[in-house]
Design a binder for this molecule. Structure first.
Ligand code: SF4
Ligand code: SF4
Length: 329
């Protein structure tokens, strides 16, 4: 089985034409600016919305792990009785009519998904579901007409697809190839080289993330060093693979003249030849998901480079000989 978080249809930002993007679950990196935090963990995870909770207590009652409690406004546990609608610890309802707010102990939650079926407000969901290769293929082939008309296809993204269940990933990739569907691989690069080799015969292009050439900064902002990432990029380029470099830019972090200069110098020195370079200005659209996962977002101070800075970085790449430099995905 393959574990995915979602399928995004009619995507125009994950490679050429209209594509269906498959978001695989699990990534070895934890980028501080990640806008898909629900794809980071390899296991299933619960997302909720405590601030919208009406306090009905349905989730408390059905949870087999005892992971959910109704907290009153002072933060005290209202107990099992209030879960049945009794109100606050003293038996009364809150001023706003709420009987409490569901709080989930994520150390106890097994992500079984039972509460998601009972919440009348639809506030609870599980990130991660299993799909068989055949089932996923069937879904992807439904949009064949759009792929053909637009020069699009399928993009495997994530998460990091090449860090997952490779046997089944290759099986899906081979099936797409047999159907004549274009396949792009969106990768952070942190995966064994053997996995790149295995997918190479089926991949039409790699959307390859480059965050830093500086090892320590890479480790600081993603949790992992970049030796393997840079090594795989070089090997892919040497193999003649089509590579679209994708550079997420955070102002003052890697969005600096020094870092862009280091990137262009490294690519030239290593003779790495991307087809295109995409500069992707930071955005914070994924921020809300962190609180839905009970996590703190570390990127509050991040911002995108200014228009002038982006133009300057584009020009730096062009001056280094990279002709196809684009802004955005
Ligand atoms: S997902 Fe399952 S274990 Fe987690 S809070 Fe909901 S019912 Fe409980
Ligand atoms: S079932 Fe939904 S609305 Fe009811 S207490 Fe749980 S999260 Fe809140």
């Amino acid at each position: 089985m393959l574990r995915i978080t979602s399928l995004q249809k009619y995507s125009i930002h994950d490679g050429d034409g209209i594509r269906t993007t498959v978001f695989f679950k699990g990534c070895p990196l934890k980028c501080a600016w990640c806008h898909n935090p629900e794809t980071q963990g390899f296991g299933k995870e619960l997302l909720d919305h405590p601030e919208k909770c009406t306090g009905c207590g349905a989730c408390v009652k059905v949870c087999p792990k005892g992971a959910v409690s109704l907290l009153n406004k002072a933060g005290a546990d209202d107990g099992a009785e209030s879960a049945a609608g009794a109100g606050t610890a003293d038996g009364s309802a809150h001023e706003d009519g709420k009987t409490g707010t569901a709080e989930t102990d994520r150390n106890l939650c097994a992500a079984c998904g039972k509460c998601t079926l009972f919440c009348p407000e639809g506030l609870r969901e599980i990130a991660g579901r299993e799909m068989a290769v055949k089932e996923l293929l069937k879904e992807l082939l439904k949009d064949r007409i759009f792929y053909e008309d637009s020069g699009g296809g399928v993009t495997f993204s994530g998460g990091e697809v090449l860090a997952g269940n490779m046997k089944e990933v290759i099986s899906l990739a081979a099936a797409l190839k047999k159907e004549g569907i274009s396949l792009y691989i969106d990768t952070c690069g942190e995966a064994p080289w053997e996995n790149f080799e295995a997918i190479l015969p089926y991949a039409d292009a790699f959307l390859y993330d480059l965050k830093f050439v500086d090892f320590e900064k890479h480790r600081q902002y993603t949790g992992v060093g970049n030796f393997r990432i840079l090594g795989n990029l070089k090997r892919l380029s040497d193999c003649g693979a089509v590579i679209d470099l994708r550079i997420p830019l955070v102002r003052g972090v890697n969005g600096t003249k020094e870092e862009i200069g280091a990137m262009t110098a490294y690519l030239l020195e290593q003779k790495i030849c991307p087809r295109r370079v995409h500069l992707l200005p930071y955005h914070n659209t994924g921020m809300a998901k962190y609180s839905r996962m009970g996590r703190k977002y570390d990127g509050e101070d991040f911002s995108p480079p200014t228009e002038e800075e982006l133009t300057e970085y584009e020009e730096m790449f062009r001056a280094a000989g990279f002709r196809d430099v684009r802004r955005g995905g």
